[in-house]
Design a protein around this ligand. Structure first.
Ligand code: HEC
Ligand code: HEC
Length: 288
């Protein structure tokens, strides 16, 4: 047996052991509807976009794969642990910072008006032709317009702000552009999604396309959608950004991972976001 074959065999065995681990062998998405504050109904399952032909028939929010109690926390903002942090983001929105003596609100005024729908379009190509995530836009305003320091990608300040901005798109459909200037980035993100990484030689698709609904160890695998992000993770007692989640998943394949904020992860974010077309932005998801 060649080295290559034996490695594949190890990978296949490791994968089977993971997937057939604890928990019921098969369990689909929950039969539940996300209505927040008994008011806003959010679409958490939808027919897959045309570009997913042959890959997925229906798309599901990660919310549908969580336990009853976790799902419930997202149904009422008073029970949703994100809101403590989100309110800090709202405070930062109107706080003056940097050498220009400006706050976000000085230029963008009411966050509810100026940021409505913004999260649903991210990441997107900016005026210079670069693919930017929301964090890039925020830091561009801070450094070039406010004379303030850039926030680190996964800092509390940044996550509080992306939460506050994302909430303004709650209940709006994912609306990323994947054609025109975005297309080349999207293709690269797609290629990455299907590339096998690490000692386990697993791609994103191996878990989130081929095995959603199955249990991997104790985790109920979802489709790995990002419409619920940023999310509060009960395990970490904190808010997790999209790229932070990607880092965790790549690391689970025992591969060297890309950094949060890297070009690779922006492209991957665009592709993953596009797999959620039809779903709606949750603004502040809660995960185990
Ligand atoms: C001096 C004015 C100014 C300040 C202060 C400012 N911004 Fe901006 N911001 C802009 C302009 C101008 C744009 C670009 C608008 C465009 O090109 O569509 C922008 C774009 C953005 C975008 C992208 C919006 C979109 O629809 O693509 C986000 C997000 C954003 N700003 C967040 C912030 C945050 C958060 C702060 C405070 C930390 C802030 N901005 C401070 C002027 C400002
Ligand atoms: C070995 C299996 C595995 C691989 C490979 C994997 N993930 Fe995950 N991923 C998980 C598990 C387990 C979770 C937590 C449960 C869930 O939501 O599926 C998760 C969660 C996620 C979530 C959070 C979904 C939510 O709604 O909270 C995203 C986004 C995600 N993965 C994206 C990716 C991307 C992108 C890749 C490829 C770089 C990837 N994953 C590779 C196992 C994997």
């Amino acid at each position: 047996m060649s080295l290559r074959n034996s490695r594949n065999k190890i990978a296949a065995t490791a994968f089977a052991a993971l997937v057939l681990g604890l928990g019921p062998a098969l369990a689909g998405p929950a039969d539940d509807t996300l209505v927040v504050n008994e008011d806003v109904t959010i679409v958490t399952r939808a027919p897959a976009a045309a570009h997913l032909d042959g890959h997925l028939k229906e798309v599901y929010s990660g919310w549908l794969f969580r336990e009853d109690e976790t799902r419930k926390m997202q149904k009422d903002d008073f029970d949703n642990p994100n809101f403590v942090f989100l309110e800090q983001g709202l405070d930062a929105w109107s706080a003056v910072d940097g050498s220009e003596g400006k706050s976000c609100a000085n230029c963008h005024e009411d966050i509810a008006d100026s940021m409505a729908g913004v999260r649903a379009t991210m990441p997107k190509v900016n005026a210079k032709g670069d693919l930017w995530s929301m964090e890039d836009y925020i830091n561009d305003c801070r450094t070039n317009r406010m004379g303030a320091e850039a926030w680190k990608w996964n800092s509390a300040d940044m996550k509080n702000m992306t939460l506050a901005i994302s909430l303004q798109s709650r209940g709006m459909p994912v609306n990323v552009a994947i054609d025109g200037p975005a297309q080349a980035f999207w293709e690269k993100g797609k290629e990455m999604y299907y590339t096998r990484f690490g000692q386990l030689e697993m791609s994103c698709a191996n878990c989130h396309e081929d095995n959603f609904g199955n249990y991997i160890r104790a985790d109920h695998l979802s489709q790995g959608q990002v419409n619920g992000f940023p999310v509060y993770r009960l395990k970490d007692s904190g808010v997790v950004s999209i790229h932070q989640r990607f880092v965790g998943c790549v690391r689970d394949t025992r591969a060297e991972t890309f950094a949060a904020g890297s070009q690779e992860f922006r492209e991957l974010e665009l592709y993953v976001a596009s797999r959620g077309m039809g779903l709606e932005i949750e603004g502040a998801g809660v995960r185990p």
